[in-house]
Design a protein around this ligand. Structure first.
Ligand code: TXA
Ligand code: MG
Length: 322
């Protein structure tokens, strides 16, 4: 029942063909590899593998699930994952690969773990410019979810040494590409029905974006949206009412189990927190699809990934005013 399994040693991989092949193999098997981008080092995992993505949160010790940026080799892959407005195509043509992340409406059936988007109906996409990041994305052959490769609450790493100082023993490998050229995270722009919204100032100057869009951008100062849009309760709370720390269902309740507490649905029958994290948002969506009005949720231990799981469950319960 461990989460964040301490890997005995974190491999320090060289920036050559052997290092790339090794890194890609680890990622395809669901492991975690830190890799250089032109902005900062990212902690990569297969974005379609829920367990792998849960591993990112465990390694970082992140107490809540925030949506992650999905890294792609280029604009060709975007249509599989998102609804792409014309404006987004222009921006991708102008600034990709590079330090611009676009938040677009999530495409139905996109092959991404719901943990990547924290259950939101949008997805953040970016094509990094660093040659090693591009080579790794090509070699892995799948989109990679990657937040900055630092323990939660610490500054973003711009060298492999920084990554190892924070995460050695908690991730499978770091691909060493030397120091990052930009050293500042990507600029994040959301393009949705409400028009462009600047979510984070970053490596691509805002003036450059404004010139391309032909309009002024103000930083969206709603802290809920900037820091952790996944914390906006309405986005991921199921319609039903949640009763937490339940040992058994009462009449009329659907049981969401964990470990020895069984249910119609379970987060993890074996009590594995990484599996539970990986299945959490999908379980909440399934409860909606079932039309569950009252939901009993088994206790989840308040340690490791359990903290993030409980954080989301408490928010989902509170949003119903119960
Ligand atoms: O330069 C970068 O962007 C680096 C490198 C590794 O690519 N990555 C990075 O990731 O800075 P991270 O997790 O530290 O920051 C991701 C940001 C968060 O502020 C998150 O809230 C936002 O992206 N984000 C992700 N998906 C979103 C979505 N669907 N809607 C709004 N914001 C989103
Ligand atoms: Mg970060």
């Amino acid at each position: 029942m461990t989460d964040a399994p301490a890997t005995p040693a974190t491999r320090h991989l060289p920036p050559d063909g052997r290092g790339l092949a090794e890194a890609a193999a680890i990622l395809r098997e669901g492991g975690l590899v830190a890799f250089p981008t032109e902005t900062v080092y990212g902690l990569g995992a297969d974005a379609g593998n829920g367990r792998a993505v849960a591993g990112i949160y465990a390694a970082k010790g992140r107490p809540s699930f925030n949506p992650l940026i999905v890294h792609l080799p280029g604009a060709e892959e975007v249509d599989r994952l998102a609804e792409v407005p014309e404006r987004a195509r222009d921006l991708m043509a102008a600034f990709w690969p590079g330090p611009l992340t676009l938040v677009l409406p999530l495409r139905e059936g996109a092959p991404l773990s719901p943990l990547v988007t924290a259950g939101l109906p949008s997805v953040a996409l970016r094509a990094p410019a660093h040659p090693l990041a591009r080579a790794l994305l090509e070699a892995a052959g799948r989109p990679l979810a990657a937040p900055s490769a630092n323990p939660s609450g610490r500054v973003s790493p711009t060298t492999a040494g920084h990554v190892l100082a924070g995460l050695a023993g908690r991730i499978d490998a770091v691909l060493d590409g030397g120091a990052c050229a930009v050293g500042l995270e990507s600029t994040i722009l959301a393009l949705g029905p409400g028009g462009p919204r600047l979510l984070r100032a970053g490596g691509l100057p805002v003036e450059t974006l404004e010139a391309a869009l032909g309009e002024r951008l103000a930083l969206d100062t709603d802290p809920a949206r900037i820091v952790a849009p996944g914390q906006m309760a309405s986005h991921y709370a199921p319609r039903g009412r949640l009763r937490l720390n339940a040992r058994a269902a009462e009449p009329g309740e659907v049981m969401l189990g964990f470990g020895e507490v069984a249910g119609e649905l379970t987060l993890s029958a074996s009590g594995d927190l990484q599996e539970a994290a990986a299945s959490l948002f999908a379980a909440l969506h399934s409860l909606d699809a079932m039309g569950a009005e009252r939901i009993a949720v088994a206790p989840v231990p308040e340690r490791g990934l359990g903290r993030a799981i409980n954080d989301r469950l408490r928010r989902a319960a509170a949003s119903r005013g119960s």
